[in-house]
Design a protein around this ligand. Structure first.
Ligand code: NAD
Ligand code: UPG
Length: 332
Protein backbone atom coordinates (compact mmCIF):
# COMPACT_ATOMS: atom_id res chain seq x y z
CA UNK A 1 0.00 0.00 0.00
CA UNK A 2 1.24 3.52 -0.80
CA UNK A 3 2.62 5.31 2.23
CA UNK A 4 2.04 9.03 2.68
CA UNK A 5 4.32 11.68 4.15
CA UNK A 6 3.28 15.23 5.00
CA UNK A 7 6.34 17.45 4.63
CA UNK A 8 6.48 20.82 6.40
CA UNK A 9 8.98 23.16 4.76
CA UNK A 10 8.88 21.07 1.56
CA UNK A 11 9.40 24.20 -0.58
CA UNK A 12 12.80 24.79 1.03
CA UNK A 13 16.25 23.42 0.28
CA UNK A 14 16.50 20.20 2.30
CA UNK A 15 12.73 19.64 2.37
CA UNK A 16 12.33 19.68 -1.43
CA UNK A 17 15.17 17.18 -1.90
CA UNK A 18 13.50 14.91 0.65
CA UNK A 19 10.14 15.24 -1.17
CA UNK A 20 11.87 14.00 -4.31
CA UNK A 21 13.45 11.06 -2.46
CA UNK A 22 10.17 9.99 -0.84
CA UNK A 23 8.30 10.30 -4.15
CA UNK A 24 11.02 8.29 -5.95
CA UNK A 25 10.58 5.55 -3.33
CA UNK A 26 6.86 5.41 -4.11
CA UNK A 27 5.48 7.53 -1.28
CA UNK A 28 2.67 10.06 -1.72
CA UNK A 29 3.98 13.49 -0.70
CA UNK A 30 2.02 16.49 0.61
CA UNK A 31 3.84 19.77 1.31
CA UNK A 32 2.82 22.34 3.91
CA UNK A 33 4.82 25.55 3.53
CA UNK A 34 4.06 29.25 4.04
CA UNK A 35 6.64 30.16 1.35
CA UNK A 36 8.26 32.65 3.75
CA UNK A 37 11.65 31.26 2.78
CA UNK A 38 10.72 28.64 0.17
CA UNK A 39 9.97 28.45 -3.53
CA UNK A 40 6.69 27.46 -5.15
CA UNK A 41 8.50 25.88 -8.12
CA UNK A 42 10.45 23.55 -5.81
CA UNK A 43 7.18 21.78 -4.91
CA UNK A 44 7.01 19.19 -7.67
CA UNK A 45 6.15 15.92 -6.04
CA UNK A 46 2.59 16.40 -4.83
CA UNK A 47 0.28 19.20 -3.72
CA UNK A 48 1.31 22.33 -1.84
CA UNK A 49 -0.85 23.48 1.04
CA UNK A 50 0.26 27.07 1.41
CA UNK A 51 -0.08 27.76 5.11
CA UNK A 52 1.83 28.34 8.30
CA UNK A 53 2.48 25.37 10.59
CA UNK A 54 0.89 27.47 13.34
CA UNK A 55 -2.45 27.51 11.51
CA UNK A 56 -3.96 24.68 13.56
CA UNK A 57 -7.23 24.56 11.64
CA UNK A 58 -5.62 24.10 8.23
CA UNK A 59 -2.83 21.79 9.38
CA UNK A 60 -5.24 19.57 11.29
CA UNK A 61 -7.55 19.60 8.25
CA UNK A 62 -4.68 18.46 6.01
CA UNK A 63 -3.68 15.72 8.45
CA UNK A 64 -7.26 14.47 8.69
CA UNK A 65 -7.70 14.56 4.94
CA UNK A 66 -4.46 12.85 3.88
CA UNK A 67 -3.92 10.67 6.99
CA UNK A 68 -0.12 10.58 6.54
CA UNK A 69 1.88 7.69 7.95
CA UNK A 70 4.49 10.24 8.90
CA UNK A 71 5.18 13.96 9.20
CA UNK A 72 8.64 15.13 8.07
CA UNK A 73 9.16 18.49 9.73
CA UNK A 74 11.66 20.83 8.04
CA UNK A 75 9.79 24.14 8.42
CA UNK A 76 11.95 26.54 10.39
CA UNK A 77 13.91 29.73 10.22
CA UNK A 78 17.59 28.84 10.11
CA UNK A 79 19.86 31.89 10.09
CA UNK A 80 22.10 31.90 13.14
CA UNK A 81 22.79 35.66 12.92
CA UNK A 82 19.11 36.56 12.56
CA UNK A 83 18.30 34.39 15.58
CA UNK A 84 20.73 36.47 17.65
CA UNK A 85 19.22 39.82 16.64
CA UNK A 86 15.59 38.63 16.66
CA UNK A 87 15.24 35.64 18.99
CA UNK A 88 11.47 36.24 19.41
CA UNK A 89 10.99 35.43 15.72
CA UNK A 90 12.87 32.15 16.17
CA UNK A 91 11.09 31.03 19.32
CA UNK A 92 7.72 31.95 17.77
CA UNK A 93 8.35 30.28 14.40
CA UNK A 94 10.47 27.29 15.34
CA UNK A 95 9.59 26.38 18.92
CA UNK A 96 5.97 27.60 19.17
CA UNK A 97 5.45 26.56 15.54
CA UNK A 98 6.53 23.00 16.32
CA UNK A 99 4.35 22.93 19.44
CA UNK A 100 1.37 23.94 17.29
CA UNK A 101 2.26 21.26 14.74
CA UNK A 102 2.53 18.59 17.43
CA UNK A 103 -0.85 19.61 18.84
CA UNK A 104 -2.43 19.43 15.37
CA UNK A 105 -0.89 15.97 14.98
CA UNK A 106 -2.27 14.83 18.33
CA UNK A 107 -5.71 16.19 17.49
CA UNK A 108 -5.65 14.36 14.13
CA UNK A 109 -4.31 11.10 15.61
CA UNK A 110 -1.00 11.30 13.72
CA UNK A 111 1.83 10.06 15.90
CA UNK A 112 5.08 9.84 13.92
CA UNK A 113 7.44 12.68 13.13
CA UNK A 114 10.90 13.16 11.62
CA UNK A 115 12.50 16.39 12.82
CA UNK A 116 15.32 18.46 11.27
CA UNK A 117 17.66 19.16 14.13
CA UNK A 118 21.20 20.44 13.87
CA UNK A 119 24.75 20.02 15.04
CA UNK A 120 24.43 23.68 16.12
CA UNK A 121 22.70 22.24 19.20
CA UNK A 122 26.10 20.95 20.43
CA UNK A 123 27.63 24.42 20.69
CA UNK A 124 31.42 24.49 20.87
CA UNK A 125 32.39 20.81 20.86
CA UNK A 126 34.40 19.32 23.70
CA UNK A 127 35.70 16.62 21.35
CA UNK A 128 35.45 15.57 17.69
CA UNK A 129 34.12 13.51 16.11
CA UNK A 130 30.90 14.45 17.90
CA UNK A 131 28.64 11.55 18.83
CA UNK A 132 25.01 11.78 19.93
CA UNK A 133 26.02 11.49 23.60
CA UNK A 134 28.07 14.70 23.40
CA UNK A 135 26.55 17.38 25.69
CA UNK A 136 24.26 19.87 23.97
CA UNK A 137 25.01 23.48 24.87
CA UNK A 138 23.97 25.74 21.99
CA UNK A 139 25.65 29.12 21.65
CA UNK A 140 22.89 30.91 19.75
CA UNK A 141 19.08 31.15 19.90
CA UNK A 142 18.66 29.11 16.68
CA UNK A 143 20.46 26.16 18.30
CA UNK A 144 18.37 26.56 21.45
CA UNK A 145 15.08 26.49 19.51
CA UNK A 146 16.14 23.17 17.99
CA UNK A 147 17.37 21.69 21.27
CA UNK A 148 14.13 22.63 23.03
CA UNK A 149 12.16 20.92 20.26
CA UNK A 150 14.21 17.75 20.78
CA UNK A 151 13.23 17.84 24.48
CA UNK A 152 9.57 18.41 23.51
CA UNK A 153 9.72 15.32 21.33
CA UNK A 154 11.16 13.25 24.19
CA UNK A 155 8.37 14.39 26.49
CA UNK A 156 5.66 13.86 23.87
CA UNK A 157 7.04 10.36 23.33
CA UNK A 158 6.89 9.50 26.99
CA UNK A 159 3.51 11.08 27.74
CA UNK A 160 1.53 10.65 24.51
CA UNK A 161 3.35 7.88 22.64
CA UNK A 162 4.46 10.26 19.86
CA UNK A 163 7.22 8.45 17.90
CA UNK A 164 10.02 10.66 16.63
CA UNK A 165 13.43 10.78 15.04
CA UNK A 166 15.52 13.93 15.47
CA UNK A 167 18.14 14.10 12.74
CA UNK A 168 21.03 16.36 13.65
CA UNK A 169 22.39 17.46 10.29
CA UNK A 170 25.90 18.76 9.98
CA UNK A 171 26.37 21.09 6.96
CA UNK A 172 23.82 20.30 4.29
CA UNK A 173 25.43 20.89 0.90
CA UNK A 174 25.22 20.08 -2.80
CA UNK A 175 22.14 19.84 -4.98
CA UNK A 176 19.97 17.30 -6.76
CA UNK A 177 22.34 15.42 -9.12
CA UNK A 178 19.61 15.56 -11.81
CA UNK A 179 19.74 19.35 -11.58
CA UNK A 180 15.98 19.70 -10.98
CA UNK A 181 16.12 21.48 -7.63
CA UNK A 182 18.86 23.05 -5.56
CA UNK A 183 19.96 25.32 -2.76
CA UNK A 184 18.42 28.76 -2.70
CA UNK A 185 18.36 30.89 0.40
CA UNK A 186 17.44 34.57 0.25
CA UNK A 187 19.76 36.09 1.34
CA UNK A 188 22.36 33.39 0.71
CA UNK A 189 24.82 33.06 3.59
CA UNK A 190 26.12 29.53 3.01
CA UNK A 191 29.72 29.01 2.07
CA UNK A 192 29.45 26.87 -1.08
CA UNK A 193 26.84 28.91 -3.01
CA UNK A 194 28.73 32.09 -2.12
CA UNK A 195 32.03 30.64 -3.35
CA UNK A 196 30.38 29.61 -6.60
CA UNK A 197 28.97 33.11 -6.97
CA UNK A 198 32.47 34.51 -6.42
CA UNK A 199 33.95 32.17 -9.03
CA UNK A 200 31.30 33.32 -11.50
CA UNK A 201 31.34 37.04 -10.67
CA UNK A 202 34.75 38.48 -9.75
CA UNK A 203 33.00 41.60 -8.41
CA UNK A 204 31.40 39.48 -5.64
CA UNK A 205 34.39 38.13 -3.69
CA UNK A 206 34.06 35.45 -1.03
CA UNK A 207 35.15 36.43 2.47
CA UNK A 208 36.84 33.73 4.56
CA UNK A 209 35.55 34.23 8.11
CA UNK A 210 38.61 33.68 10.28
CA UNK A 211 42.15 32.60 9.44
CA UNK A 212 43.36 32.14 13.02
CA UNK A 213 41.46 29.02 14.06
CA UNK A 214 43.52 26.22 15.64
CA UNK A 215 43.32 24.16 12.43
CA UNK A 216 46.02 23.21 9.92
CA UNK A 217 45.36 26.13 7.55
CA UNK A 218 43.75 28.46 10.11
CA UNK A 219 40.24 28.36 8.57
CA UNK A 220 37.20 26.66 10.16
CA UNK A 221 36.42 23.01 9.54
CA UNK A 222 32.92 21.66 8.84
CA UNK A 223 31.44 18.31 7.90
CA UNK A 224 29.61 18.79 4.57
CA UNK A 225 26.91 16.24 3.88
CA UNK A 226 25.25 15.95 0.47
CA UNK A 227 21.55 16.75 0.57
CA UNK A 228 20.86 13.51 -1.33
CA UNK A 229 22.46 11.53 1.49
CA UNK A 230 20.35 13.48 3.98
CA UNK A 231 17.23 12.63 1.99
CA UNK A 232 18.13 8.93 2.01
CA UNK A 233 18.52 9.04 5.80
CA UNK A 234 15.00 10.50 6.12
CA UNK A 235 13.59 7.61 4.11
CA UNK A 236 15.38 5.03 6.26
CA UNK A 237 14.39 6.81 9.48
CA UNK A 238 10.76 7.05 8.34
CA UNK A 239 10.61 3.36 7.55
CA UNK A 240 12.22 2.50 10.91
CA UNK A 241 9.71 4.70 12.74
CA UNK A 242 6.77 2.97 11.06
CA UNK A 243 8.25 -0.44 11.95
CA UNK A 244 9.22 0.12 15.56
CA UNK A 245 8.18 3.56 16.89
CA UNK A 246 10.18 5.03 19.77
CA UNK A 247 12.13 8.25 20.24
CA UNK A 248 15.49 8.45 18.46
CA UNK A 249 18.32 10.86 17.73
CA UNK A 250 20.92 10.50 14.96
CA UNK A 251 23.80 12.60 13.71
CA UNK A 252 23.95 12.94 9.94
CA UNK A 253 27.45 13.81 8.77
CA UNK A 254 30.35 12.09 7.05
CA UNK A 255 33.08 11.98 9.69
CA UNK A 256 35.28 14.00 7.33
CA UNK A 257 36.14 17.63 7.99
CA UNK A 258 36.85 20.16 5.24
CA UNK A 259 38.30 23.59 5.91
CA UNK A 260 36.96 26.74 4.28
CA UNK A 261 40.22 27.14 2.34
CA UNK A 262 40.03 23.54 1.11
CA UNK A 263 36.50 24.28 -0.10
CA UNK A 264 37.72 27.37 -1.98
CA UNK A 265 40.32 25.17 -3.71
CA UNK A 266 37.68 22.60 -4.65
CA UNK A 267 35.40 25.27 -6.13
CA UNK A 268 38.31 26.75 -8.10
CA UNK A 269 39.23 23.31 -9.45
CA UNK A 270 35.72 22.28 -10.43
CA UNK A 271 34.41 25.64 -11.64
CA UNK A 272 37.61 26.17 -13.62
CA UNK A 273 37.88 29.69 -12.14
CA UNK A 274 39.25 30.70 -8.76
CA UNK A 275 36.80 32.61 -6.56
CA UNK A 276 38.09 36.04 -5.58
CA UNK A 277 38.82 35.74 -1.88
CA UNK A 278 39.02 38.28 0.94
CA UNK A 279 40.22 37.36 4.41
CA UNK A 280 38.05 38.59 7.27
CA UNK A 281 37.66 38.06 10.97
CA UNK A 282 35.79 35.18 12.57
CA UNK A 283 31.98 35.23 12.42
CA UNK A 284 30.55 35.40 15.92
CA UNK A 285 29.54 32.01 17.28
CA UNK A 286 31.46 29.93 14.71
CA UNK A 287 33.21 26.96 16.38
CA UNK A 288 36.62 26.00 14.90
CA UNK A 289 35.71 22.43 14.00
CA UNK A 290 32.49 20.41 13.69
CA UNK A 291 32.80 16.81 12.52
CA UNK A 292 30.21 14.08 13.06
CA UNK A 293 30.40 10.53 14.17
CA UNK A 294 27.66 8.84 12.14
CA UNK A 295 28.26 5.37 13.61
CA UNK A 296 24.85 5.24 15.26
CA UNK A 297 22.99 6.00 12.01
CA UNK A 298 25.14 3.38 10.24
CA UNK A 299 24.42 0.76 12.90
CA UNK A 300 20.73 1.41 13.52
CA UNK A 301 19.49 2.77 10.18
CA UNK A 302 21.97 1.10 7.85
CA UNK A 303 22.77 4.59 6.52
CA UNK A 304 26.06 5.51 4.86
CA UNK A 305 26.80 8.76 3.06
CA UNK A 306 27.63 7.81 -0.54
CA UNK A 307 27.31 11.17 -2.35
CA UNK A 308 29.27 13.44 -0.04
CA UNK A 309 32.72 13.65 -1.64
CA UNK A 310 33.51 17.39 -1.72
CA UNK A 311 34.06 17.36 -5.49
CA UNK A 312 30.63 15.83 -6.09
CA UNK A 313 29.01 18.30 -3.70
CA UNK A 314 30.54 21.23 -5.57
CA UNK A 315 29.83 19.68 -8.99
CA UNK A 316 26.11 19.25 -8.23
CA UNK A 317 25.89 22.74 -6.69
CA UNK A 318 27.44 24.16 -9.86
CA UNK A 319 25.05 22.22 -12.09
CA UNK A 320 22.11 23.77 -10.23
CA UNK A 321 23.43 27.31 -10.72
CA UNK A 322 22.94 26.78 -14.47
CA UNK A 323 19.28 25.77 -14.03
CA UNK A 324 16.79 28.42 -15.26
CA UNK A 325 14.99 28.40 -11.86
CA UNK A 326 18.22 29.22 -10.04
CA UNK A 327 19.02 31.97 -12.52
CA UNK A 328 15.50 33.45 -12.14
CA UNK A 329 15.85 33.50 -8.37
CA UNK A 330 19.26 35.11 -8.32
CA UNK A 331 18.00 37.90 -10.58
CA UNK A 332 15.33 38.85 -7.97
N1 NAD B 1 20.79 23.82 5.56
C1 NAD B 1 21.53 23.29 6.55
O1 NAD B 1 22.78 23.18 6.47
C2 NAD B 1 20.86 22.77 7.80
C3 NAD B 1 21.66 22.18 8.78
C4 NAD B 1 21.07 21.70 9.95
C5 NAD B 1 19.67 21.78 10.10
N2 NAD B 1 18.92 22.36 9.14
C6 NAD B 1 17.44 22.42 9.32
O2 NAD B 1 16.82 21.81 8.20
C7 NAD B 1 15.58 22.43 7.91
C8 NAD B 1 15.57 22.89 6.47
O3 NAD B 1 16.63 23.82 6.23
P1 NAD B 1 16.82 24.50 4.81
O4 NAD B 1 18.23 24.87 4.67
O5 NAD B 1 16.17 23.63 3.79
O6 NAD B 1 15.95 25.84 5.01
P2 NAD B 1 15.00 26.58 3.97
O7 NAD B 1 14.82 27.96 4.50
O8 NAD B 1 15.47 26.40 2.59
O9 NAD B 1 13.61 25.80 4.14
C9 NAD B 1 12.72 25.99 5.21
C10 NAD B 1 11.30 25.99 4.65
O10 NAD B 1 10.37 26.12 5.75
C11 NAD B 1 9.38 27.05 5.40
N3 NAD B 1 8.85 27.61 6.65
C12 NAD B 1 9.55 28.28 7.60
N4 NAD B 1 8.75 28.60 8.63
C13 NAD B 1 7.51 28.11 8.33
C14 NAD B 1 6.26 28.11 8.99
N5 NAD B 1 6.09 28.72 10.18
N6 NAD B 1 5.20 27.50 8.40
C15 NAD B 1 5.34 26.92 7.19
N7 NAD B 1 6.50 26.88 6.51
C16 NAD B 1 7.58 27.48 7.07
C17 NAD B 1 10.09 28.08 4.51
O11 NAD B 1 9.20 28.79 3.69
C18 NAD B 1 11.03 27.17 3.72
O12 NAD B 1 10.44 26.69 2.54
C19 NAD B 1 15.44 23.57 8.91
O13 NAD B 1 14.65 23.10 9.98
C20 NAD B 1 16.87 23.83 9.38
O14 NAD B 1 16.89 24.35 10.68
C21 NAD B 1 19.47 22.86 7.98
O1 UPG C 1 30.79 33.98 3.57
C1 UPG C 1 31.13 33.01 4.26
C2 UPG C 1 30.20 32.03 4.71
C3 UPG C 1 30.66 30.99 5.51
N1 UPG C 1 31.97 30.90 5.84
C4 UPG C 1 32.44 29.78 6.68
O2 UPG C 1 32.09 28.57 6.06
C5 UPG C 1 31.73 27.58 7.03
C6 UPG C 1 30.32 27.08 6.73
O3 UPG C 1 29.41 28.16 6.91
P1 UPG C 1 27.87 28.11 6.44
O4 UPG C 1 27.79 27.52 5.08
O5 UPG C 1 27.31 29.47 6.67
O6 UPG C 1 27.23 27.04 7.43
P2 UPG C 1 27.13 27.06 9.02
O7 UPG C 1 27.27 28.41 9.57
O8 UPG C 1 28.12 26.03 9.52
O9 UPG C 1 25.62 26.65 9.29
C7 UPG C 1 24.94 25.60 8.56
O10 UPG C 1 25.19 24.40 9.18
C8 UPG C 1 24.68 24.34 10.52
C9 UPG C 1 25.14 23.04 11.05
O11 UPG C 1 26.58 23.11 11.14
C10 UPG C 1 23.16 24.50 10.48
O12 UPG C 1 22.62 24.39 11.76
C11 UPG C 1 22.80 25.82 9.87
O13 UPG C 1 21.38 25.91 9.76
C12 UPG C 1 23.44 25.89 8.51
O14 UPG C 1 23.21 27.19 7.98
C13 UPG C 1 31.84 28.28 8.39
O15 UPG C 1 33.08 27.97 8.93
C14 UPG C 1 31.77 29.77 8.05
O16 UPG C 1 32.47 30.59 8.94
C15 UPG C 1 32.89 31.84 5.41
O17 UPG C 1 34.09 31.74 5.70
N2 UPG C 1 32.44 32.87 4.63
Amino acid sequence: MTKTVLVTGGAGYVGSHCCKAFASAGWAVITVDNLSRGWRDSVRWGPLIECDIRDGTRVRGALEMYKPDLVAHFAALAYVGESVTDPALYYANNTAGTLALLESMRAAGCDRILFSSTCASYGVPQHVPIDEGHPQLPINPYGWTKMIIERMLEHYGRAYGMASVSLRYFNAAGCDPDGEIGECHEPETHAIPLMIEAARSPDRPFTVFGTDFPTLDGSAIRDYIHVKDLAQAHLLAGEMLIRQGGVHVFNLGTGVGTSVLELVEAVARIAGAAPAVLYGSRREGDPPKLVASFEKAARELGWHPTNSQIDFIVETALRWRDHPSAARRSSH
